[in-house]
Design a protein around this ligand. Structure first.
Ligand code: HAM
Length: 433
């Protein structure tokens, strides 16, 4: 077969046989968002490039190397969203959502686009579930948000995903920290990678999350931000930890977590799994008190996180978490002849109106092939309709699991009889027992 097109490197198709797993996870995430008081926000897949330059930060890997940016026919620079926070913040400002009463709590499911080297758990198109809180400065808000992420992992029975926490302070405490970092990294100016060298002056914190092994090793002994926190940031961080401890949420403080995006202030955190290889961060987030102002609004202390759905599903698979398979087809009607097909069409319509999955032959295959198909789709019951069944208004209902057959009327009592058979089967009361 010579296909004229292939999927783009770093993208994945979610196929019908797997989509129930995504739907299951999305349902759990939506339910958790609901109980924590978050409503869904949906924003466009592309935005003005300057939103991410300003929001995510000019000095970040995401903006410098990974964005899918293009020019429109009108000459405007647009970018496929590399993450969900900036777009949600833009929407908040554009629609004045902050007037609706604070805090505003919004969650989203988005596809994101980053031009990274694909590997297990790292794609160029990937999916995020995010939760954002706007207008909450108190450390209890940090604890509540982290608790929401934790309860998602707990509900999915991912008890081994661990929480790592840090504070990267406010711009005031970061000033001294930047100076200390500059002095430290300047000693290695002949070994740091070219990108890090260019970061040394303007944004030395970015060196801390460089992916080059050499820079990583140098970064290990760099000064720690936690030693540079001002009194108020230190107090905020201590309170977050106290609230988490009081809520019995286990965490470790990891001073090397600085996150790869520029908007963060104070609390930053990651949920990490040891079962999915190098791309082990399943969830990342933190406080971003300066972002709304950076985008042109009034200061609004905010915070949020995003979970990578591909990685979440990878962890679930690696940990052997079973995802319930969806209900299969309740009845497959095999037909012989046009009259039977018409009757089958009528019956499946009635069943579907009652909320049951029912199917019949729509491709004109022989009886044997139809029954093979019924087996393949895992139909619970099947029924063969031909002229004889139409004439007598009666057919044989076959339980596909044990091949037992019962007579069923095609008249008015059909639905009642079919439901009885279905309930008996679901309660394990079929004839074979
Ligand atoms: P992030 O750490 O860049 O943060 O991404 C969040 C999560 O998205 C990661 O922990 C990971 O699970 C997933 N992820 C990131 N890049 C990829 C990729 N290339 N392939 C597959 N999965 C990936 C943010 O995006 C922030 N907007 C999170 C946030 C929300 N902070 C505050 N609010």
């Amino acid at each position: 077969m010579a296909l004229i097109a292939k999927k783009i490197k770093g993208t994945e198709d979610i196929l019908p046989r797997d989509s129930y797993k995504w739907q299951f996870v999305e349902k759990v995430l939506s339910e958790e968002a609901k109980v924590y008081g978050f409503s869904e926000i949906r924003t466009p897949v592309f935005e003005q490039t300057k939103l991410f330059q300003r929001g995510v930060g000019e000095g970040t890997d995401v903006v410098q190397k990974e964005m899918y940016t293009f020019e429109t026919k009108g000459g405007e620079s647009l970018t496929l969203r590399p993450e969900g926070t900036a777009g949600a913040a833009r929407a908040l400002l554009e629609h004045g959502l902050y007037n609706d009463g604070l805090p505003i709590k919004a969650h989203y499911f988005t596809t994101c686009y980053r031009y990274e080297k694909p590997q297990a758990g790292r794609q160029r198109e990937f999916h995020q579930f995010g939760m954002e809180v706007y207008g909450a400065a108190d450390p209890i808000a940090d604890a509540e948000l982290i608790c929401a992420a934790k309860s998602i992992f707990d509900r999915l029975q991912l008890f081994d995903v661990r929480l790592e926490l840090n504070s990267i302070g406010c711009p005031r405490c970061r000033k001294n920290y930047h100076q200390a970092l500059k002095e430290y990294f300047a000693q290695f100016s002949d070994t740091l990678c070219a990108t890090c060298m260019s970061r040394l002056e303007k944004n030395p914190m970015r060196i801390l999350d460089c992916k080059s092994p050499v820079c990583k090793e140098i970064a290990q002994n760099a000064p720690k931000i936690t030693d540079f926190l001002c009194e108020s940031c230190d107090d905020h961080f201590k309170k977050v930890q106290n609230y988490l401890t009081a809520a019995d949420i286990k965490f470790t403080v990891n001073p090397s977590i600085v996150r790869g995006l520029d908007y963060y202030t104070n609390t930053v955190f990651e949920f990490i799994s040891d079962s999915i290889g190098a791309q082990s961060t399943v969830c990342g987030g933190g406080r971003y008190n300066g972002l709304i102002e950076e985008l042109g609004g009034n200061p609004l202390p905010s915070l949020g996180f995003a979970i990578g759905l591909e990685r979440l599903l990878m962890v679930m698979e690696a940990e052997g978490i079973e995802i319930p398979t969806p209900d299969t087809c309740a009845l497959y009607i095999a037909t012989m002849g046009e009259g039977a097909q018409r009757e089958a069409f009528r019956i499946v319509k009635t069943l579907r109106e009652a909320g049951l999955e029912a199917q019949f032959d729509i491709v004109g295959r022989g009886l044997k092939a139809q029954m093979k198909y019924a087996n393949k789709i895992g139909a619970q019951f099947s029924m063969v309709l031909g002229d004889n069944e139409i004439d007598t208004k009666s057919a044989k209902l076959k339980n596909m699991k044990d091949s037992t057959e019962t007579e069923i009327s095609l008249g008015e009592s059909f639905m009642e009889e079919f439901f009885s058979a279905l309930i008996a089967e679901e309660n394990g009361l079929n004839k074979a027992d």
